[in-house]
Design a protein around this ligand. Structure first.
Ligand code: PA5
Length: 425
C-alpha cells in the first residue's frame, strides 16, 4: 500500500482536523453499494475477475502484436485513453529497442497530430487497438475510420486480423462492427466507468504490448484492493480523502498533484480526470491541477510559493529510484559543483523535495505526501487502487455522485448539432 504522510498539512487543519467518521461512513456507503452511482463500482472487485477471465487472452493478444508489429496504434479518449498512457509513460518512459512503439490517437481532432503520426508510422507493420465503450465518441471514431483505411491498404483481406476492439460486451456501434468483421474484442464492463477502467482491458492490452508485466499488475491490484478495504483511520485512502475534504472546507479549493519523476506526467493527467469528473459537479469540487517537479518550480513555483492561498499540494514520492548515477568530481571545479560531487542524483532529488516541502509549507501551502515504494508494476497498482478507492470515499464525503459525468454531454450535444449529425438538436 502507499503511505500517506499528513505531517505537512497538520498545521493548516482547523478544529479537530480531518473527520475520519465521515470517511468511515463514506467507505461503508461505497462498499455496501448503497450510494449514488453504486451501479458503477465494479472496479473494486474487478482485478480478481480479470485474473480469472480475460487476462490470458490479453497477454496472448499482446504477444501476437509484439511478435509481428513495430507499432500499436491505440485509439481512444478520456477514460478510454489516459490510464493506458499514464501507465506506459510511468513504467516505460523510454521504450526498449525490442518493444513496439505505442502511438495514441483519437484523443483530439488535430489534423496535424494525426498526419504527423501517420508519417512517423510510415510503412512499419502495425496493429490497432480501438477503445470506446459507447463506440460513438467522435474523436476516436474519426481516427478509427482513418486507420482502418490504412490497414486495408496495407494488409488487404488480412486487415481485420490487425484490429483489437475494447468495448461494451454486447451493445454499441463498435461491438456491432467487431462482430460483423470478426475482430478480436475485449470487454469494458457495464459497472465500470471510463475513468475507473485502467485495470480492465482498456489499460491492460496497450500496457502488455508496451512490455509491462500485466500479470504482476493484476496480482498486486488484487492485494491492494483487499488491503484498502481496511475500515480504520490507518487506511491511507481514508487519510487522503478525509484530509483533502477537510482542506477544501477550510478554503483550499485547488489541489496540485506533483511528482519528481517526469514519467509521472500522464499519471497526473489520469488523476485529474479521475478526481475532476468524479467531484466537480453540483457547483462544488476541488479543482485538480498538476505540476512536474523540479521543472515546474522554475515556472509555477512562484505562484505556489506566493500566489493566492487557495492551494494545497499532494506530492507522490517514490522511496527508491530504479537507477543510480553519482555526480562526477571535477578537479578544476570550474562550475563550482563539487559540493554535490559523489552524491547520487536520487539523493539530491530527495533533498530538493524536502527543501521544496519546507518552503511551500512556510509559504502557506498544506502538503500531503504520498509515498510509494518503487516506480514499478507494484507501485503502479498501488497508486491506481489507492487513488480510485480514495476518490469514491472522498466523493461520498463531499455529497456528490462520484460515478457520473453529466457535464461531459453539454459540449457533445452542441458539436453534433453544429456538425449536422442526423437527429442532433
Ligand atoms: O470517463 C468517461 O466516461 C469519459 O472520459 C469516456 O471514457 C470518454 O468520453 C470516452 O468514451 P467512450 O469510451 O464511450 O468512447
Amino acid at each position: 500500500m502507499v503511505r500517506v504522510d499528513l505531517s505537512g498539512a497538520k498545521q493548516f487543519f482547523k478544529g479537530s482536523g480531518p473527520d475520519f467518521e465521515l470517511a468511515r461512513q463514506a467507505h461503508e456507503t461505497l462498499a455496501s453499494g448503497t450510494g449514488a452511482g453504486s451501479d458503477f463500482t465494479g472496479w473494486m472487485a474487478f482485478p480478481r475477475y480479470m485474473k480469472e477471465h480475460e487476462l490470458d487472452r490479453i497477454v496472448a493478444a499482446a504477444e501476437t502484436i509484439r511478435s509481428r508489429s513495430k507499432a500499436l496504434v491505440v485509439i481512444g479518449i478520456g477514460g478510454s485513453y489516459l490510464g493506458a498512457r499514464g501507465a506506459i509513460e510511468l513504467l516505460r518512459p523510454i521504450p526498449a529497442k525490442e518493444d513496439p512503439q505505442i502511438f495514441f490517437v483519437g484523443n483530439g481532432l488535430s489534423a496535424d497530430y494525426l498526419c504527423d503520426t501517420l508519417d512517423r508510422l510510415g510503412d512499419a507493420d502495425f496493429d490497432v487497438n480501438v477503445i470506446s465503450k459507447s463506440g460513438t465518441t467522435l474523436e476516436p471514431a474519426v481516427a478509427f475510420r482513418i486507420f482502418r483505411e490504412k490497414l486495408a491498404q496495407k494488409y488487404g483481406a488480412d486487415a481485420d486480423k490487425h484490429i483489437f476492439a475494447t468495448t461494451d460486451a454486447a451493445r454499441g456501434v463498435l461491438k456491432g462492427l467487431a462482430n460483423e468483421n470478426g475482430w478480436e474484442s475485449f470487454v469494458i464492463p457495464d459497472d465500470i466507468g471510463g475513468r475507473f477502467s485502467v485495470l480492465t482491458a482498456v489499460g491492460l492490452l496497450p500496457m502488455a504490448v508496451a512490455g509491462i508485466d500485466v500479470r504482476k499488475v493484476i496480482d498486486c491490484a488484487i492485494e491492494e484492493m483487499e488491503a484498502l478495504d481496511l475500515r480504520s483511520p490507518e487506511n491511507p485512502a481514508w487519510q487522503y480523502a478525509a484530509a483533502r475534504q477537510h482542506l477544501y472546507r477550510s478554503g483550499y479549493g485547488v489541489e496540485i498533484l506533483g511528482c519528481y519523476e517526469p514519467s509521472f506526467r500522464f499519471m497526473a493527467e489520469w488523476w485529474k480526470q479521475l478526481y475532476g469528473e468524479s467531484e466537480g459537479k453540483d457547483g462544488i469540487g476541488i479543482f485538480p491541477a498538476s505540476v512536474e517537479f523540479t521543472a515546474d518550480l522554475h515556472s509555477m513555483g512562484q505562484y505556489i510559493q506566493e500566489g493566492a492561498r487557495i492551494i494545497y499540494e499532494s506530492i507522490v514520492r517514490f522511496d527508491r529510484s530504479l537507477r543510480s548515477y553519482a555526480i562526477p568530481f571535477e578537479q578544476a571545479n570550474a562550475d563550482g559543483l563539487n559540493y554535490v560531487a559523489g552524491r547520487n542524483m536520487s539523493e539530491v532529488s530527495s533533498i530538493a523535495a524536502d527543501a521544496v516541502k519546507e518552503a511551500h509549507i512556510s509559504g502557506g501551502v498544506p502538503n500531503i505526501q504520498i509515498n510509494v515504494p518503487r516506480r514499478d508494476e507494484a507501485g503502479f497498482a498501488a497508486l491506481v487502487c489507492f487513488f480510485e478507492m480514495a476518490c469514491g470515499i472522498s466523493g461520498y464525503i463531499s455529497g456528490v455522485n462520484p460515478f457520473n459525468q453529466p457535464g461531459v454531454e453539454a459540449y457533445k450535444k452542441n458539436m453534433f448539432r453544429m456538425l449536422g449529425k442526423p437527429g442532433a438538436v
